[in-house]
Design a protein around this ligand. Structure first.
Ligand code: M5T
Ligand code: MG
Length: 497
């Protein structure tokens, strides 16, 4: 139960960690910590603890008997103890860092396997299986080397225990024989002590065995607590009583950089009124997705502030913030479960009718019904049993299921065919009537209906205005648009030809 609780705690903690944490900690490592590190600790409590208690009881019991029979002889044996205590201390000091490193290697290996299998289509298509096997081998060898160092240390302890046993035996035999001859002790006492000293070393050896498990468990614990100690996302203290988004979103001189890197967003000033629909355009890497990341409070700006109505996002309860927002991420995210589960994110309080309504708007309802099990179809491995476009539509429909006041679409339909995209576009205009929306798209044809287009270039806003305003400006947007327009024209010409 303790292990299960620990797993549950770790998982819950991870669920609440800020997104930036996962930029630094690969998934495979976290899996190792949640799954096998907790198991190592479980082993400590289930088997080791029991054995330890047994060994300890045995040691005490035998000590009592020996003291009662002949305390002088017992003291003689006790003299052997200090070197052992020192040696065990020495051992645990040296072995811990090695086990920590072994755990880290295990995590790296898990991560590597995880990502390799995920990327198998690329590896196979490029015929690079050999390289990956070689890389895996390197990882394994590194772990093997660390294990070897640990084992060598551990054998020293074994050797010490063996040596101590022999030494004790010889000492006892020598001194005991002299004492027996002098008539200080009986032969019976000597035999008792000799048989006990052999027994005595059994728990000691067991102890050194257990010490191994204990050190491994401690290494695991250290890593788990590393996660538990990393701070969960500050939830934000302000919980406004309002249940409605009223005024709008304001970016006030926002500057932002991902951890330790150069500025990605520079002096962003943006005022999005409630009900307004804006589009973010700009070349790859301009910072469009990053703006969204800030708005959802996945990251926090280093300078400036973002306001929702009049609340600074930094203080606003993140759950309240996120209740307003529906989000279609640039990378489709699907979970193991049925399509229905994915659409309502396992929230069974959402009626199926609501889900169907959303999928119809996203033009994916019929497609889902055509699947072998319809809405009950299980999505395996991030939805590989759907086409890329279908996955996008499911992700899009999911945002609609949650019926948000503010809808954020990051390249929501970029993989969808133009015909379906058009149909969605028509539906979207109606759907967005009373809502606020931020739409990111590379295909400029899909954003012409918005109120305002914001053009980003290298992290700064360079232009903004409606489609026609921007065209008449003949600036950055104009060039972008002409480029796309011309290339589609060319395509049509070649197709006709
Ligand atoms: C803008 C950097 C990246 C890029 C710049 C998402 C993300 C981005 N970056 C990071 O360092 N870490 C991250 O997690 O930020 O990136 P963006 O905001 O994703 O750009 P975009 O959305 O305008 O581009 P695209 O390709 O989606 O159109 O330089 O180095
Ligand atoms: Mg992006």
């Amino acid at each position: 139960k303790a292990a299960a609780d620990l797993k549950d705690n770790l998982f819950q903690h991870i669920l609440n960690l800020p997104i930036s944490f996962f930029d630094r900690n690969p998934v495979g490592r976290l899996i190792t910590r949640v799954e096998s590190d907790t198991e190592a600790l479980k082993l400590l409590f289930t088997s080791t603890a029991v054995v330890l208690v047994q060994d300890f009881a045995l040691l005490i019991g035998m000590s009592v008997v020996m003291i009662l029979v002949n305390w002088k002889l017992y003291l003689l044996i006790l003299a052997l103890l200090p070197p052992f205590v020192y040696f065990f201390y020495w051992f645990q000091k040296h072995i811990r860092p090695i086990y920590v490193e072994i755990r880290r290697k295990v995590a790296d290996i898990n991560n590597f396997i995880n990502e390799t299998i995920g990327g198998l289509p690329v590896i196979q298509a490029f015929n690079q299986e050999k390289n990956f096997r070689h890389k895996m081998n390197l990882h394994n060898q590194e772990k093997y080397r660390k294990e070897l160092i640990g084992m060598k240390l551990w054998y020293r302890v074994w050797f010490m225990v063996d040596f101590g046993e022999v030494l004790g035996f010889v000492l006892l035999l020598g001194i005991g024989a002299v004492w027996a001859l002098k008539g200080l002790i009986t032969i019976g006492t000597l035999i008792l002590f000799i048989s006990y000293i052999m027994r005595l070393f059994m728990p000691l050896r067991g102890l050194s065995d257990q010490l191994n498990v204990i050190q491994r468990a401690f290494a695991s614990a250290e890593r788990m607590f590393g996660i538990l100690d990393s701070k969960p996302e500050e939830p934000g203290k302000v919980k406004p009583a309002i249940t409605q988004f009223q005024k709008g979103i304001v970016f006030d001189a926002v500057n932002f950089a991902y951890e330790g890197r150069e500025w990605v967003l520079k002096d962003i000033n943006l005022n999005i009124k409630k009900g307004e629909k804006i589009a973010l355009v700009g070349e790859t890497g301009a910072g469009k997705t990053s703006i969204i990341g800030l708005l959802l409070r996945f990251y926090e700006p280093q300078l400036g502030k973002i306001l929702l109505d009049d609340y600074n996002l930094q203080n606003l309860d993140k759950h309240i913030l996120r209740r307003y927002v529906g989000f279609v991420p640039q990378d489709v995210i699907l979970f193991p479960g049925s399509i229905l589960d994915n659409l309502r994110l396992f929230d069974e309080a959402i009626p199926e009718e609501v889900v169907y309504n959303a999928t119809k708007r996203a033009r994916v309802h019929d497609k889902i019904l055509n699947l072998p099990d319809g809405y009950k179809t299980n999505l395996i491995q991030r939805g590989i049993n759907l086409s890329q476009g279908e996955r996008q539509l499911v992700s899009f429909a999911r945002a609609l299921v949650f019926n948000p006041e503010i809808l954020i679409l990051d390249e929501a339909t970029s993989s969808v065919d133009p015909h379906t995209e058009n149909l969605i576009q028509v539906g979207l205009t109606e759907l967005l009537k009373d809502r606020t929306a931020i739409i990111i798209a590379h295909r400029l044809a899909t954003i012409q209906m918005v109120d305002r287009i914001i053009v980003l270039h290298k992290g700064s806003i360079v232009e903004q205005g409606s489609h026609s305003e921007l065209l008449s400006k003949e600036g950055y947007y104009y060039r972008l648009y002409r480029l796309q327009y011309l290339s589609t024209l060319k395509e049509e010409v070649t197709n006709d030809a």
